[in-house]
Each structure stands twice: as C-alpha cells, then as structure tokens.
Ligand binder design. Structure first.
Ligand code: NAP
Length: 340
C-alpha cells in the first residue's frame, strides 16, 4: 500500500493502514519538504517506528510494486494519478473524485487510458460525497416511488482545519466578490458528480445539472485559529448541486455550512448529514459522527476525519478486486469496516 500525503485525512488513512493486518504499508508520499524523510509512524501518531520513510520521489514509490494507493492530497494532480494508474496501482481517493465527470473530456480520457495501460482502477469516496450517497441510495430502496434524493451536509465547519478548502468555498470572502457563485460551484463540483452517480444508480438519465447557493454574512468577527472570518464577510454557505429530468429535481447534493458563532444560516443546522428521500413514503435520517468512549485526542475534529478517510481506505480490497477503469460505489459490494 502507498499513502499519498498525510494531512487531516491522509494521516487517518495511514493510521488505519498500519492498524490493518491485511494491508501492508510500502511507501508514503510527502508533498511538504518538512515531511520528507520522516517515519510514517511519526506522521500519523502510530506508537512504534515503521521503517517506512516519507518521500517525494514518485519513481521510488512506484518501484515498491504496491498494489494500491490511498490518495488524499489537498488538490489532486492528474499527472500523479495517471502515473500511479499506468503503473498498475489501484487508487482510492477522497480528493475531489467520484466519477471524473467534472474533468475535461481529455483529462478523463487520460485517466481511462492510464487505467487501461496499468489494468488498474480508480475509486472516489469519503463522508460527503461518499457514505452519504450510499445511505441515500439504500433508503431509496424502501420506496415504491422515488421523487428526489436530497443530501445536505448541515454543519459548523470550523472544526475542519483546512483554511485553503474553506476559503475556496467562499468563507471569509466579501459577498460582492465577482464570480463567487461560479467559483464555489466549480470548487464543489464533486458533489455534482455524486448527484449524477446517484441518478445513474437509480437508472435515471439527467437532462442537466444546476447549482444554486445562498451566502450569509457574519455579524461579528471570528478567529478560528487557522483562519479568520471578519464581520460582514461570508460565514454561511448554503447550496445544492441538482440533477434534473425535465422539471423534476431528482437528485440534490449540497451543504448548509457555517463557520464561527456569528452567523445565522438560512436553515438551522442539523449537525450532521441529512439524508432525505422524497417519494412514497418519505424517508429521512441524519448521520452524526461522534467521538467514541475511548477518544483521547484533544478536540473533536478527529472523528470527522476518520469518517472521511475510511470509506476510501476500507474500500481498498474491493477496489483491488474490481475490474479496471473508473468505478463508483454503485459498482462495488457494500464496503464495510473491520473488527479487531
Ligand atoms: N469526500 C469527503 O467527504 C471529503 C471531505 C473533506 C475533504 N475531502 C478532500 O480530501 C482531500 C484531503 O483533505 P485534507 O483535509 O486532508 O486536506 P489538507 O490536510 O489540507 O491537505 C492534505 C495534504 O495535501 C498536501 N498539500 C498541501 N498543499 C498542497 C498543494 N498546494 N498541492 C497539493 N498538495 C498539497 C499536504 O501533503 P503533506 O502532508 O504530504 O505535506 C497536505 O497534508 C482534499 O482533496 C479534500 O477536498 C473530501
């Protein structure tokens, strides 16, 4: 196994790889020079040294002959992905990939060609998108008729310490920023991929995908440590990527996000992932990710990062067994965790 970067999510994935008897760590890719040469254990809080040192030498990582890679960089790099896949390394990723639908036709074709050359597979998942889409599809199985599957991440994001990600979603920016809606649409387009994937699983052909968003300004200053949200700038982002058949909105994937205490979102927060199926009957559940009884880390960010990492990391054996190409959760058996 390779672990590609060890940030918020990658470090949780790395920890899980070391904990699993059926996965063997062969290498760790480091984006930051400060991580090169450091033992994997140090990068994820594993108690004993592993002897596997992080590197930015892609050839050396490919030379390990690893079967699979947990790919969790902040921004995906198509060249890296293609090199991994063409070398026969199956990729599971949380990094803005569900179907590859938001890629340009040329870039998606490059990925498909790399999979063909390497007889390899790429699979994207996570919490949202990822598990939430799966739960929506499962609930739709309880309905005689499905009108819409709607999934909303309804949370205060200020425990997710990724300033770059949050700034790209509009937080801390001026409301009048030109092109902001389109900017947020493209930054969050992986949700549109997951909406299209759900439609595909429902055997529905979408006419079009749309995006709508409401920005809410902060009514006071917030200093979150890793970023600030000054009063008057954006502290609430409420939007959906929607898939349509004619005038019917059949799939919606979106977010009701706030950051900091000084904002009143358009809808009260549910503090979880709200999964709704409208139809006959209506189905609804809220997924809450909570710390376990033995949680010994400071703060509550960790459980959410594990929740985001594991749908990809746990999928490794299933993806290794899958046929080459781009696969989605609709193509895999139900991915489960492991007891120990
Ligand atoms: N599906 C979901 O539910 C979900 C939820 C949240 C996030 N995500 C996605 O998961 C991925 C990882 O998120 P994260 O919170 O773990 O991110 P992060 O901690 O902010 O960054 C991950 C790692 O990316 C590397 N990195 C930093 N700057 C970079 C740059 N400019 N270009 C390329 N790599 C860079 C660093 O690697 P080193 O550690 O090696 O220096 C960093 O640790 C992101 O693509 C994010 O959008 C998915």
């Amino acid at each position: 196994m390779l672990q590609w970067t060890t940030g918020n999510i990658g470090s949780r994935s790395l920890h899980a790889i070391l904990a699993r008897a059926d996965l063997e760590l062969a290498g760790v890719y480091a984006h930051g020079a400060d991580k090169v040469g450091r033992d994997a254990a140090e990068l994820c809080g594993w108690p004993e040294p592993t002897g596997v040192l992080a590197t930015d030498d892609v050839e050396a990582l490919l030379a390990t002959g690893a079967d699979a890679c947990c790919y969790n960089p902040l921004w995906p790099d198509l060249d890296h992905l293609c090199r991994l896949l063409a070398a026969g390394v199956d990729v599971v990723t949380t990094a803005a990939w569900i179907t590859g639908g938001k890629q340009s036709p040329d870039d998606r074709a490059r990925i498909e060609e790399a999979c063909r050359v390497g007889r390899s597979t790429i699979y994207g998942s996570g919490a949202h998108p990822g598990i939430t889409n799966l739960v929506g599809l499962v609930l739709s199985g309880a309905c005689e008729r499905v009108d819409e599957i709607r999934i909303t991440e309804s949370v205060d994001c200020s425990t997710y310490e990724s300033g770059a990600t949050m700034s790209h979603m509009g937080f801390g920016r001026d409301l009048g920023t030109p092109g902001l809606e389109e900017f947020v649409r493209t930054e969050s387009e992986v949700f549109a991929e997951s909406a299209a994937m759900m439609a595909d699983a429902l055997d529905v052909t979408l006419d079009r995908l749309t995006f709508d968003v409401t920005f809410t300004p902060a009514h006071g200053d917030s200093d979150l440590g890793f970023m600030t949200i000054p009063a008057g700038t954006i502290a609430g982002v409420f939007g959906y990527h929607r898939g349509w058949v004619g005038d019917r909105n059949v799939v919606s994937v979106g977010f009701n996000w706030t950051m900091g205490q000084h904002v009143t979102p358009p809808k009260p927060l549910a503090h979880g992932h709200v999964v709704q199926v409208f139809g006959r009957p209506n189905m609804r559940t809220v997924l809450h990710c909570l710390p376990p009884h033995d949680w010994d880390e400071e703060g509550w960010m960790g459980p959410g990062m594990i929740y985001t990492a594991m749908p990809a990391t746990n999928a490794v054996p299933y993806v290794v067994a899958a046929p080459p190409g781009i696969v989605t959760l609709k193509d895999l058996p139900v991915v489960t965790g492991r007891t120990r």
